[in-house]
Design a protein around this ligand. Structure first.
Ligand code: SAM
Ligand code: SF4
Length: 409
């Protein structure tokens, strides 16, 4: 989501005449796109704001704009605390950004917000389809910073993806905090199945991905739609967070470990070759060793292709921060995190090793050194050598070597 929004900021600014640079010190405008989902991310934002303050002292005409989840509802207070920042604007508030640009006497072309301005013509594009979240998991700051769910109309998304496919994009990833609750808030209510079905017909498009899914919104209709559409990649990110029912309840996730297990069984029944990834939080308040062991046991049982694991970080304004003491010592949190990583490394090594000798479809995204790289439909990173220009092509390669993180072909 951050990558997609950074790209949209860049697209808007390029249409206003700005040019992107890789060199921070050459820039006369810096937009800092922020994440504060954990304290460590917020710490990085504060560090960068301090650094930019120093830069502005050396270069007084430098403009600094800040967006993303760091921008809470009290913008006045942020302006007071960080007077060197020229503008704070909320995630995807491009009107706020353009109003600021106009005040700097920059010519803003008419209508560029509504048109979802020119996205770069990359092979693979990120498409936000729903903003915000209605779930209020007890640990999560997202609903406070990004507000309630707002879906983009189907026609608008189809129009954008058709344009991208016409300019050479082969793959789109539909994004949302809760992408599988897409559409319930639209004037003509629809759902993710309807959107996937509409996108599957777009000429030139080869692959459709989507993330992230909430287990409680993974409907039977959606599972069957994913199974039936040829362009929809059989890869589902389904955050579990914890394997113990009391912890799940305290997290306010709205499902039990058994319900999650049944859901996975059902997904595998209809999509036998599905690749599954998940998110785990370790060290939630009061999580005992036994409760944590149940999370490990779930990982061992379900065998995810990928696991994103984080240590619990209390976020102000969330229910967990208000109601529970952050009472798992940092050393134990880290130990649990390493245990998850260690177990997942073994699981991923075993899953990937089964691919040796198999021929897989790879969408080539770029070159690192002398090797092309891209992803399989199951989202596995593959490296291979070829004298041809493979960029943007779908190629078929045979896997010769694997590791828990990547495949060589
Ligand atoms: N909507 C998705 C879901 O239902 O799980 C995930 C979106 S969330 C912004 C991304 C991930 O960040 C979560 O899955 C969770 O594992 C992690 N996360 C969120 N809040 C956290 C916190 N306070 N401490 C640690 N990890 C957190
Ligand atoms: Fe946060 Fe995801 Fe829960 Fe929404 S569903 S509150 S984004 S963890």
């Amino acid at each position: 989501m951050n990558k997609a929004e950074s790209q949209q900021v860049a697209d808007h600014l390029e249409l206003c005449g700005y040019q992107a640079t890789d060199m921070l010190h050459k820039a006369n405008l810096v937009v800092l796109n922020t994440c504060v989902v954990r304290q460590s991310a917020e710490g990085k934002v504060l560090g960068m704001l301090g650094y930019l303050k120093g830069m502005k002292r050396q270069k007084s005409d430098l403009s600094i704009l800040v967006t993303g989840c760091f921008v809470d509802s009290d913008i006045k207070q942020l302006e007071k605390s960080f007077p060197h920042v020229d503008l704070f604007f909320k995630p995807s508030d491009y009107i706020g950004l353009l109003n600021w640009a106009e005040k700097q006497a920059i010519v803003v072309p008419e209508g560029i917000v509504c048109l979802h301005p020119r996205q770069s013509t990359k092979v693979s594009a990120f498409i936000p389809i729903i903003q915000g979240c209605n779930n209020f998991c007890s640990y999560c700051i997202v609903p406070y910073r990004r507000g309630r769910e707002r879906s983009r109309p189907i026609d608008e998304v189809v129009c954008e993806v058709t344009g991208l496919a016409g300019r050479g994009a082969k793959e789109v990833t539909l994004l949302g905090q809760n992408v599988n609750s897409y559409g319930h808030d639209l004037a003509a209510p629809s759902n993710l199945s309807d959107l996937l079905t509409a996108l599957n017909d777009i000429f030139g498009l080869a692959r459709i991905r989507f993330l992230t899914n909430h287990p409680k919104d993974m409907s039977q209709q959606l599972i069957q739609t994913i199974a039936s559409l040829d362009k929809v990649c059989k890869h589902i990110n389904l955050p579990l967070q914890a394997g113990n029912d009391d912890v799940l309840k305290a997290m306010r996730r709205g499902y039990t470990a058994e319900q999650y297990r049944q859901l996975v069984n059902n997904i595998r029944k209809y999509i036998p070759d599905v690749a599954l990834s998940t998110d785990i939080i370790v060290g939630f308040p009061d999580e005992s060793d036994e409760q944590f062991e149940q999370t490990l046991a779930m990982l061992e049982e379900i065998l995810f292709d990928t696991v994103h694991v984080a240590t619990y970080s209390p976020r102000s304004s969330t229910a967990a921060a208000r109601e529970y003491e952050d009472n798992i010592p940092p050393g134990i949190k880290k130990e649990r995190l390493y245990k998850v990583e260690e177990m997942q490394t073994k699981i991923a090594a075993a899953i990937n090793s089964r691919l040796v000798g198999k021929t897989v479809e790879v969408l080539v995204e770029g070159k690192k050194g002398d090797k092309w790289y891209g992803r399989t439909r199951s989202n596995k990173l593959v490296f291979f050598e070829s004298g041809d220009d493979c960029l943007g092509r779908l190629v078929y390669v045979t896997i010769i070597k694997t590791s828990p993180w990547a495949l060589q072909a």
